[in-house]
Ligand binder design. Structure first.
Ligand code: GCU
Length: 610
């Protein structure tokens, strides 16, 4: 009896610990961090032998907790019947997807084990956090042979408090990364992008004071350019703690006091402020000081709201001249790796005369959002609630809600982000309406200062496209994708006869339109896949869309050709979706200049917000 009880307790504690992780720290790069980026040893494990024993029982749950890839010291022991050895294994770059690093892994979907060793001189009075920018899709993390926990979601950060597990000297971290697609996950099994697996974003160990500033929001109050609103959260629930909020260039020096949960509200007037906008992306140095902990951030201040069919940035009506992007470098296969290639992508958007980007269809790298702040690009941010999700599954909803929470919590201080999108092209049904409405409510509850949207469903009857998706009642924009001239409607010159019947008196945002073109393939305007066809499609889309009263923006699909397992057509596609305005060799297609010119005219009409 006692043995059974003991075993149960161990399993229970293992189970609880394996799901526990603290919510992620705000502004990790503002901390004292040790980067674990670099080359990690790896082992491909398609049968998950490192996680399950031969009876398919997880090693994690065995009382001894030994066995498996994560027990790194075993791999060093040559005598055991262990068929892996990290010391002799090849390496993968981190951060980076595995698909673009090894031929065997280009299409691989399954488990890869990663191992990294690091040395640290452990300070007794400090706290330590192990932070991952993202691992696609499911990560199980072990430190020095002990399970820290697991995380689901391929594009959002997560962390573990390792204060009582980190050793002075050498430490070993092991990650089981599994990018297998599953129906009940977010996203589900079917998407139109490459399923890049692995540790695709930064990995840091943060060293923090015993009591530290774990989270904060410093933004303008909703639609009020004279008031700062937000909070500072300490790592522990200490009451009556003083936190100084300093924004010297804006004449702010105020002290806030924490309540019994360790949280202090910021609510103070602000006078001398240069508002952030695309044509003047002013960022202020903000310092938060609590005892020994000083944290600096660069934050822009602006307001965003909708009024009738207008979108008001700092109270002025704007047109969102945008373009959609995936998190993928067109020229070096794989996820965007660093500030260098992210800046390249956003610079191309600026060249297009954009003041806005849709970062589809999942949370992009935090670095990308910080660059948008710096370069003056407004952002539509999104979670991968994409197409045919398992609407009736409570676990699926909780996963979606957690990913939305992680996105909003990570980027809530970024002036560039003006829209939280709950999803894309989700088929209308009763269960989907409930699922999506709850997500929209959750986004608003987390952040009432930004707009909430989604790419709505459209249905066509004759020459009319109806936008009356019930989700449109809940969101701030009448935002939808339409592919007149590519997936329906005939040739480019034939699409101008169509019209849109939009039920909602809200700003209209075309979240996608476009067509494929193979860069360098030239023919007449009616020959699909030619650059001329794509350019004509854009020209006629503008005629079609200029008929839409309340049109206040668009993000044509898409800035660059991108990889997708759905696009196998030899010659024209070769596993690329060719709707990009730029090819995978960086060549600008004819439609690039068509869109650039259109936006130039729009900005003259709206006053340059570029
Ligand atoms: C859809 C979808 C995109 C996809 C595009 C296409 O609208 O939102 O993710 O890539 O169409 O078919 O090219």
């Amino acid at each position: 009896m006692i043995r059974a009880l003991l075993l149960t307790t161990i399993c229970l504690s293992l189970f609880i610990s394996s799901f526990s992780q603290t919510t992620t720290i705000q502004n990790i790069q503002g901390r004292k961090i040790l980067s674990l980026n670099g080359r990690w040893n790896f082992t491909i494990d398609p049968y998950e032998n490192g996680y399950y024993d031969y009876r398919h029982k997880p090693f994690d749950e065995s009382a001894s907790g030994t066995g498996g890839f994560y027990d790194d010291k075993k791999s060093a022991n040559k005598t055991d019947l262990i068929e892996y050895n990290f010391d002799l294994s090849p390496t993968l770059r981190v951060p980076a997807d595995w698909n673009s690093q090894a031929d065997k892994l280009e299409f691989y979907e399954g488990t890869v084990w990663y191992r990294q060793k690091f040395t640290l001189s452990r300070q007794q009075e400090k706290k330590y956090i192990l932070y991952f920018g993202a691992v696609n899709y499911e990560a199980h993390v072990y430190l020095n042979g002990k399970k820290l926990g697991m995380h689901k979601g391929g594009f959002t950060p997560f962390q573990f408090d390792i204060t009582d597990k980190i050793q002075n000297g050498e430490n070993t971290v092991i990650v089981k990364a599994d990018n297998s697609r599953k129906q009940d996950e977010i996203p589900t099994v079917n998407t139109d992008w490459w399923n890049y697996g692995g540790i695709t974003r930064d990995v840091f160990v943060a060293e923090l004071p015993a009591s530290y500033i774990s989270d904060y929001k410093v933004q303008l109050a909703k639609a009020d350019t004279t008031r700062l609103n937000g909070y500072v959260q300490l790592s522990d629930a200490k009451k009556n703690e003083k936190v100084i909020v300093l924004i010297p260039e804006a004449g702010i020096h105020t002290t806030v006091i924490t309540d019994d949960s360790g949280r202090a509200v910021i609510n103070t007037g602000i006078k001398q402020l240069k508002l952030w906008s695309p044509q003047s992306p002013k960022l202020y140095k903000v310092s938060l000081i609590h005892e020994q902990d000083t944290l600096n951030d660069m934050i822009g201040f602006r307001t965003i709201e909708v009024k009738g069919q207008n979108i008001l940035l700092n109270g002025k009506s704007i047109f969102l001249s945008g373009i959609s992007l995936h998190d993928e470098n067109p020229m070096i296969p794989g996820r965007l790796r660093s500030q260098g290639d992210m800046r390249m992508m956003l610079q191309w958007a600026k060249e297009l005369n954009c003041n806005y980007v849709r970062l589809a269809h999942y949370p992009h790298n935090e670095e990308m959002i910080r660059l948008a702040d710096e370069m003056g690009l407004l952002v539509w941010a999104e979670i991968p609630v994409y197409w045919t999700i398992s609407w009736e599954n409570a676990g699926t909803y909780n996963n979606a809600q957690q990913q939305l929470t992680d996105l909003v919590m990570r980027d809530k201080n970024r002036a560039s982000v003006i829209i939280w999108s709950a999803g894309n092209e989700t088929p209308v049904s009763e269960q989907r309406n409930i699922f999506m409405s709850k997500l929209v409510d959750h986004a608003r509850a987390l952040d009432n200062t930004r707009l909430v949207a989604a790419a709505l469903e459209v249905h066509r009857q004759g020459e009319e496209s109806f936008v009356n998706d019930p989700l449109g009642e809940k969101i701030d924009l009448a935002s939808f994708n339409e592919y007149a001239g590519w997936y329906w409607g005939g040739t480019p010159s034939e699409i101008t006869k169509y019209s849109f019947n939009i039920k909602y008196n809200k700003p209209v945002i075309i979240s996608e339109f476009g067509g494929d073109a193979l860069a360098g393939f030239h023919a007449d305007e009616n020959t699909r896949w030619s650059e001329e066809y794509q350019a004509a499609l854009y020209k006629n889309q503008f005629i079609l869309l200029n008929k839409v009263p309340g049109l206040r923006g668009m993000t044509p699909w898409i800035l660059c050709d991108f990889r997708s397992p759905r696009r196998q057509q030899p010659y024209y596609q070769d596993y690329f979706n060719r709707k990009g305005l730029i090819s995978e060799t960086g060549k600008k297609k004819m439609a690039f200049d068509v869109l650039k010119t259109y936006y130039q005219k729009i900005q003259q009409q709206y006053g340059s917000f570029k």
